[in-house]
Design a protein around this ligand. Structure first.
Ligand SMILES: Cc1cc2nc3c(=O)[nH]c(=O)nc-3n(C[C@H](O)[C@H](O)[C@H](O)COP(=O)(O)O)c2cc1C
Length: 208
């Protein structure tokens, strides 16, 4: 092995910046992974809580299962455990303000939160965000400990679509970038598979 710690010519050929296995490193790496943004809610009227979340996964289609990861200290965490159900509103590109509001520790709970969301209640009795692209309504099936978060696995009992003509709200590198103008280039690049030697060209669907 050469003195710089690189073991093969292939490893040396890509300029990796090796970070420690710590929270800052993981945060830094994942900052380059764009996600959609949701507001997860649980409880009605005085008991309503909402929180911005991007650690959400559509886990299984048979049975229908959906997972959200919520910090153990977040107000929403205890509320989901108490209520046994939650709803996930998938935010649209004009809802950055709602995302910022529900990621703020100063935000209101209860009727004020329901009012800010503006979408009434779903079939599980949890508040929904008006203007969202879609909402997933879940009964809590399992709770798994995940370090400083809990993983809430929900049985999906309702799905609804909102104004799907809008694009999604995207979170990337700590901000909310626009996906860019409608249309875009017909070809966004080519990838040459070094083993099989094929050239896969990926076209972008025009946005409505
Ligand atoms: C885009 C975005 C995504 C987030 N995703 C999550 C998440 O998946 N789980 C989580 O626990 N907190 C997430 N947060 C942080 C919480 O929204 C924020 O810390 C909130 O204030 C926590 O609730 P609390 O004030 O009741 O503690 C996210 C924040 C932002 C801006």
């Amino acid at each position: 092995m050469p003195p710089d710690g690189r073991s093969t010519a292939e490893e040396a050929s890509y300029p990796w910046k090796v970070l420690g296995a710590d929270a800052e490193a993981l945060r830094s790496a994942m900052g380059h992974f764009p996600t959609g943004v949701t507001v997860v809610t649980s409880g009605r009227e005085e008991r309503a809580e909402g929180m911005t979340a991007n650690a959400v996964v559509s886990v299984s289609l048979d049975p229908l299962l959906f997972l959200v990861s919520v910090h153990r200290d977040a107000r929403l965490n205890a509320r989901i455990k108490e209520e046994g159900h939650f709803a996930v509103s998938l935010l649209a590109d004009d809802q950055e303000g709602l995302s910022r509001l529900f990621a703020s520790p100063e935000r209101s709970s209860g009727p004020q939160a329901v009012h800010s969301l503006g979408g009434g209640y779903g079939s599980t009795g949890d508040p929904l965000a008006a203007g969202a692209l879609a909402a997933i309504e879940c009964e809590l099936a399992e709770t798994y400990a995940g370090g400083d978060h809990d993983l809430f696995l929900g049985r999906v009992v309702g799905v609804r679509l909102g104004d799907t003509r809008k694009g999604p709200l995207v979170f990337h590198e700590g901000g909310y970038p626009s996906l860019g103008p409608a249309g875009g280039p017909a070809e966004t690049g080519a990838f040459m598979d070094s083993v099989r030697g094929f050239d896969a060209r990926i076209g972008r669907r025009p946005r409505r």
